[in-house]
Design a protein. Structure first.
Length: 277
């Protein structure tokens, strides 16, 4: 659904585009017409417009931050819960780190690899895959097997995942990130409780959450910024900033003639592994 939202953004919404994912449609296979067609037919529906805003805004911020860090010499990028993310294929090889590691549930990851092969899209140099079940597997062990260098800092992004996990699984994953080299950075998306949402966020949640639960993916974890900052600190990370969806883009990108509007249901936190000295 996130890939369909990114793909539909380029055919439903107007310029300026928030995120140009030109490969997402290819990964939808024989469902591309159906899934993108929902957006074309009902592009201003709160759930569909909200999905496009959420998928593109968080992706825009994460990719912008990644590019900034790569230009400053960062050599490792870990994409947790990668799904059908295509950054490793779309980014400029000269601006990419030496190693990109996509982490996802084994079944989901194999489905993506099959979709890439079916679309004739080759795996780029420097990309590795680490199959992980966040509820039961050891993340660091999987990263090591994929070629991760624990002595070098990394950027870790974790988008569209934590609301579906238990607090215990989230804490375990954050603890693994907190043990990475000082200077490592995390960009993580999280959902906020109803009391912190705006009207658009609550309207989106009223429609989205029951549908997610019905398909077997209930939202399990919500955080206030203060709660999440505390959890990050306990796992060896330091919160640098919390961002509402509106904060993920420069204001000009929210001045739009289409149905995309910022809403406050999910936020991003940027955190770092502090120096021990």
């Amino acid at each position: 659904m996130a890939a369909a939202a990114r793909a539909a953004h380029l055919v439903v919404d107007s310029e300026p585009f928030i995120l140009c994912d030109t490969l997402a449609a290819s990964l939808l296979g024989d469902r591309a017409e159906e899934l993108i067609g929902y957006h074309q037919a009902h592009g201003d529906h709160p759930v569909l417009a909200g999905a496009r805003a959420q998928a593109t805004a968080r992706g825009h911020y994460a990719e912008r931050r990644a590019t900034e860090l790569f230009r400053n010499g960062l050599e490792q990028y870990v994409v947790l819960g990668a799904g059908l993310d295509t950054f490793a294929w779309r980014s400029d090889p000269a601006a990419r780190p030496v190693r990109v590691i996509e982490v996802d549930h084994p079944i989901t990851q194999q489905g993506k690899r099959d979709a890439m092969a079916a679309a004739g899209i080759a795996v780029p140099d420097g990309l590795a895959f680490a199959p992980v079940d966040f509820e039961s597997d050891d993340l660091m062990d999987a990263l090591h097997r994929a070629g991760f260098d624990p002595g070098k800092p990394a950027l870790v992004t974790w988008l569209g995942v934590t609301m579906y996990l238990t607090h215990e699984a989230i804490a375990a994953t954050l603890a693994a990130v907190g043990r990475m080299a000082p200077g490592s950075e995390l960009v993580m998306e999280y959902a906020v409780p109803a009391t912190l949402r705006d009207d658009r966020g609550n309207a989106y949640a009223r429609l989205l959450l029951p549908a997610a639960a019905e398909r077997g993916e209930p939202w399990l974890s919500l955080f206030t910024p203060e709660e999440l900052s505390g959890l990050l600190e306990r796992q060896g990370l330091e919160a640098v900033e919390h961002l509402r969806q509106a904060d993920c883009l420069v204001p000009a990108l929210w001045r739009r003639s289409d149905a995309l509007r910022s809403g406050d249901l999910c936020r991003l936190v940027r955190a770092t592994v502090p120096s021990t000295t």
